[in-house]
Design a protein around this ligand. Structure first.
Ligand code: C2E
Ligand code: MG
Ligand code: MG
Ligand code: MG
Length: 283
């Protein structure tokens, strides 16, 4: 059924999520989109310094438009891509495209722009992740210091030596490791320092309720306090109201991201709305 989604965009939401044939159809369509280089794109959502209001960079979020049905939610196509292994090739594409775009914006004058890219656990478990990142950096010219990788909390529960070695290689490239949706998964907190994670993204389920729900407020305060003691940077995701941003800043959170500033935008729209370059004088 076609439904009006979150942003008033028509989204294709099948009623029978478990329908195998349907999943297979979606997967086949994704494979052919990827092969033809059509249908996939990245949208960019600003990350804002809560103290100054300055846009520091963006998170790249994958979008897919089914050739017949139109936009499909990432909540639907990402898990399918993960289960099928297609996320490896898709994630490689996203990494390359995000690095290329970020370096284009830096070259155009936004010289300290940083880009965050989501990396699935399936990609983390493969031993070519560090190589893929290295290739994306080398081909785009983007310095490793300008790249943030958003990893799922499950990397903090995995003791595999290969995974730890891959993360160390990424750190050696200067890349920032961030834990996405922090507080919703399982972590071995000892790995936070051992794996040289530098950033925690407070999950939006806590942010959404922290002003009205004392337990959620306690969780947000505790994550920020722990991050500060460990010398980690904090990002609050899902910030929708000015009061949330103000309170998060007062609690010591560094960075905010959410609809209060902007929903994720196509590249051109992101650039024209947020680039910090002075406007050209009219001639
Ligand atoms: P995420 O990485 O935690 O991204 C944040 C999600 O919250 C995004 O949903 C974003 O559009 C949404 N969001 C941002 N601000 C607000 C807000 O103020 N309120 C609300 N209600 N939502 C907000 P999106 O774009 O649908 O992506 C969903 C998830 O799909 C992402 O969660 C991420 O886990 C995954 N994903 C997206 N792109 C990629 C990708 O390139 N690779 C991988 N592996 N996963 C991706
Ligand atoms: Mg993310
Ligand atoms: Mg997140
Ligand atoms: Mg999330």
């Amino acid at each position: 059924a076609k439904d009006r989604g979150r942003n008033g965009v028509a989204r294709y939401e099948p009623r029978l999520q478990e329908d195998q044939a349907h999943q297979l159809n979606l997967l086949t369509a994704m494979r052919s989109s990827l092969k033809q280089g059509e249908g996939f794109s990245l949208h960019y959502q600003p990350k804002v310094d809560l103290a100054t209001g300055r846009v520091l960079g963006a998170e790249a979020l994958m979008r897919w438009s089914h050739p017949a049905h139109g936009p499909v939610s990432p909540a639907q196509f990402i898990p399918l891509a993960e289960r099928s292994g297609l996320i490896v090739e898709l994630g490689r594409w996203a990494l390359r495209e995000a690095c290329r775009q970020a370096q284009a914006w830096r070259s155009a004058g936004w010289s300290d722009f940083t880009i965050a890219v989501n990396v699935s656990m399936v990609q983390c478990r493969r031993d070519d992740l560090a190589h893929d990142v290295l290739t994306s950096l080398a081909d785009s010219g983007l310095p490793g210091q300008a790249l943030v990788l958003e990893l799922t909390e499950s990397v903090l529960a995995d003791s595999a030596d290969a995974l730890h070695a891959a993360l160390r290689r990424l750190r050696a490239l200067g890349v920032t490791l961030s834990i996405d949706d922090f507080g919703t998964g399982y972590s071995n907190l000892g790995y936070l320092s051992r794996l040289e994670v530098q950033q925690l993204k407070i999950d939006q389920s806590f942010v959404r309720r922290f002003l009205s729900s004392p337990p959620d407020r306690a969780i947000v305060e505790t994550i920020i306090a722990m991050a500060r003691k460990l010398g980690l940077n904090t990002v609050a995701e899902g910030v929708e109201e000015p009061a949330w941003a103000e309170t998060l800043q007062a609690l010591g959170c560094h960075t905010g991201q959410g609809y209060f500033w902007s929903k994720p935008l196509p590249a051109e729209a992101f650039w024209s709305r947020f680039n910090p370059l002075p406007a050209l004088p009219a001639s």
